[in-house]
Design a protein around this ligand. Sequence first.
Ligand code: GLY
Ligand code: MN
Ligand code: MN
Length: 442
Amino acid sequence: MNDSVAATKAAASVHADRRLRLAVSMREGVAIVPTAPERVRNRDAHYPFRFDSYFHYLTGFTEPESVLVLVAGDAPRSILFCREKNEEREIWDGFRHGPDAARAKFGFDEAYPIALLDAKMPELLSNQPMLHYAPGADAAWDARIMGWMNAVREKVRLGISAPASIGDLRVPLDEMRLVKDSAELATMRRAAGISAIAHRRAMQAARPGRYEYEVEAELLYAFRRHGAQFPAYTSIVASGANACVLHYVGNDAPMADGDLLLIDAGCELDGYASDITRTFPVNGRFTGPQRTLYELVLAAQSAAMAETCAGKGWNEPHDAAVRVLAQGMLDLGLLAGSLDEVLEKETYRRYYMHRTGHWLGLDVHDAGDYKLAGQWRPLVPGMVLTVEPGIYVRPGEDVPQQYWNIGIRIEDDVLVTSAGCEVLTHETPKSIADIEALMRDA
Ligand code: GLY
Ligand code: MN
Ligand code: MN
């Protein structure tokens, strides 16, 4: 077996294994998992196709117009519906596996042309006790699936029954996706490495007078240059006061000498997101007030990371970051009162209004509940999350003027391990000394 055949077989077995685990957790019934639709952007121009994350997790199959059907029970079967080979379409749009090759390469038990889906599904749902899918995720699929259910119900007088209950497939799948396997972690480490290269490139490209979009272009170049297919989300390249707009994506302002530049950008590699924020001076040298606030956010991030380990609750990194930030806001005259008061009344939210992280994986805000039975869930090895405290100071009469319009966030991607945590994005410069050194040498 050559290396690429061996890699394909290994990947197929990872996905087959996930399908089997899902079938075991379903116990009985039929699961339906369509991939995402192709979407028109404007006349004849499409958005780049991005598969559905659940579908990809279970198949690794990247073609549009595909549906996975999983039949649970004593001998679980996985069935793919996909596009047929079509010489004409392949001349225009490129290669299609077709059902036979897809079945063999991706390890399905059966595969059929997507055109047979409506004919075959009532058969596959007949006499099954339960239907599992993602109700409400897509109105068109809801209607189509209910059409199949009704087609089965029409056969009641032939002694055929339709599934009596419907389960939300996202419940077991989200739990599975929350704990990454080694194949996922390998991809996520590579995605993080590419995003780190991109952020370094951005730091080296920033100069007073250049435009934010010129730096965005460097990020996009590095993502693609190193094999990532997409940005995982729209990059935020926000200089000066723009950094205080949390979802700023205009990226069209000239960058001023003396301002900071906040970049929140990460690539998607083979379906997996990375998510990094760095904030650095446009001219390569932090001013005194910028340095003060930057060190505060960095200290908050260290405190949060120290709480990011197996056994800690989801909220503990956030609470640790908030405590450090709140004390800093008091020390710097941004807030008045006692620490207890600031925490109790949440007055720190004037300058820190978001949470300190989220799950990360196939989606940048990845699948998975944050509470179990009303309690923040404990972290377990294999979970990947971001740690991203920040501070955003808008002008105000009661706000020390030296901090006006400074917005800082520092965000890393972190894997929970049994010993603590591994920072997947560690190759992205973060200390003031490392950032200034890199920019000096640019
Ligand atoms: N880039 C999206 C986020 O940080 O949540
Ligand atoms: Mn994030
Ligand atoms: Mn981010």
